[in-house]
Design a protein around this ligand. Structure first.
Ligand SMILES: C[S@@+](CC[C@H](N)C(=O)[O-])C[C@H]1O[C@@H](n2cnc3c(N)ncnc32)[C@H](O)[C@@H]1O
Length: 245
């Protein structure tokens, strides 16, 4: 995504719906850009700022609470605006109008979101609907998986030019696993993650139920990374980019 958006260290990047800042910090470290991340959830912003501090990125990276529909920035502020697994929870038309507003002329919007095929057997379409329903229920947000044509329309409708949509439907291959493991923080990170998840799961029935539902949705959509379920042949992720003229 960083390469598609041609991020370099002279640029000012906005990540909308940054969560706890894992991907945003990765971008800032890899490309040396200045970066602001916004998210509706105050608790994730607190964690994201802690992460930036721990990773010694506080001079170039800042996280703050903000709403994708009403970004706390002047028009024409950013060289690049990125969303990852966020726009599909939003009214895509309204959100992308706002992303375009804060983008400088010549700047780029990049999206990394799930898509589904336009045509598929009815049984699989039903499975995907069920996964959408489960994820909406867990997140308490509307969740719709769009087709790649709809994502293209979304960027073009926001007035962006030179729109590119790249589809990826490959499950993770075994050869990518070690690099991903290292990028995510290695053995120490995963051990901490497993301990924390076990603590949370044991302490609350509500959370246990949510994990169970999440597992069902994941199984329907992607399956385990190395197993191809029928549904996963019809869903994947897109990298999309367009520039403001
Ligand atoms: C699935 S998470 C993705 C987090 C991160 N982008 C990542 O890839 O790890 C979706 C995030 O979008 C945020 N979000 C949802 N609606 C939003 C809105 N209207 N404005 C800003 N953030 C929003 C949620 O709080 C959540 O952190």
């Amino acid at each position: 995504m960083g390469e598609l958006c041609r991020i370099d260290k002279s640029q000012n990047v906005l990540v909308v719906g940054c969560g706890t800042g894992f991907n945003a910090c990765h971008l800032a470290r890899k490309f040396g850009c200045t970066l602001v991340g916004v998210d509706l959830a105050g608790e994730t912003i607190k964690k994201a700022n802690e992460r930036a501090e721990n990773e010694k990125l506080s001079d170039t990276v800042d996280f703050r609470v903000g709403d994708a529909y009403d970004l706390p920035f002047e028009a024409d502020t950013f060289d690049v605006v990125i969303t990852q697994f966020v726009s599909q929870f939003l009214d895509m038309e309204k959100a992308h109008r706002e992303f375009t507003r804060v983008l400088k002329k010549g700047g780029r919007i990049g999206i990394n979101e799930i898509f589904k095929d336009r045509e598929m057997p009815p049984k699989i379409a039903g499975n995907i609907l069920e996964a959408e329903r489960i994820i909406s229920e867990i997140t308490e947000l509307p969740f719709i998986i769009h087709t790649s044509g709809e994502w293209r329309w979304c960027l073009e409708n926001a007035g962006l030019k030179k729109v590119e949509i790249h589809k990826n439907m490959e499950p993770m291959s075994l050869s990518e696993a070690p690099q991903m493991f290292r990028d995510m923080g290695g053995f120490g990170f995963f051990l901490k993650l497993i301990i924390n998840m076990t603590k949370i799961t044991l302490s609350s029935k509500v959370i246990r139920n949510r994990f169970k539902k999440m597992d069902n949705a994941k199984r329907i959509l992607v399956g385990a990374p190395l197993i191809k379920f029928a549904t996963s042949k019809h869903v994947g992720y897109i990298l999309g980019v367009g520039s403001k003229s």
